[in-house]
Design a protein. Structure first.
Length: 125
């Protein structure tokens, strides 16, 4: 479930590519034709029968070394756990609930209908 997250870092085995003005890395989802093999996805019967692709074969933004963003990622996970009312992973397992969320809910949950302004970091209290 974390494949896309880790695929963007230097530690993943794919090359860093420049497409346009962006640096990217190759990424293929677990259910993509590139990732499938018959040892992992043996459906039995005739292996020449048509199967369908469930994942993508694409590019994702390059993020550099994992160590540069790991601390922030851990803080995000801890914050999410606290929002769920859990402090430990076993407590999260106990309290976690999966909920379907619509695209509208996601967009409404973010800042919207505003013009973001530049942050002046020189301001001091």
């Amino acid at each position: 479930m974390m494949g896309r997250y880790f695929a963007r870092f230097d530690e993943s085995p794919t090359r860093v590519l420049k497409i346009g003005n962006n640096y990217v890395k190759e990424y293929w989802g677990e259910g993509s034709n590139r990732a499938k093999n018959w040892q992992r996805y043996d459906l039995g019967g005739d292996k020449d029968k048509l199967s369908f692709e469930e994942g993508v074969d694409s590019y994702i933004p390059y993020a550099g070394p994992l160590k540069d963003t790991l601390d922030v990622t851990i803080l995000k996970i801890k914050s999410t756990m606290c929002n769920c009312g859990a402090i430990t992973i076993p407590e999260l397992h106990e309290k976690a609930r999966l909920t379907l969320v619509s695209d509208v809910s996601i967009s409404e949950g973010k800042a919207h209908d505003v013009i973001l302004k530049e942050i002046d970091n020189s301001y001091k209290n």
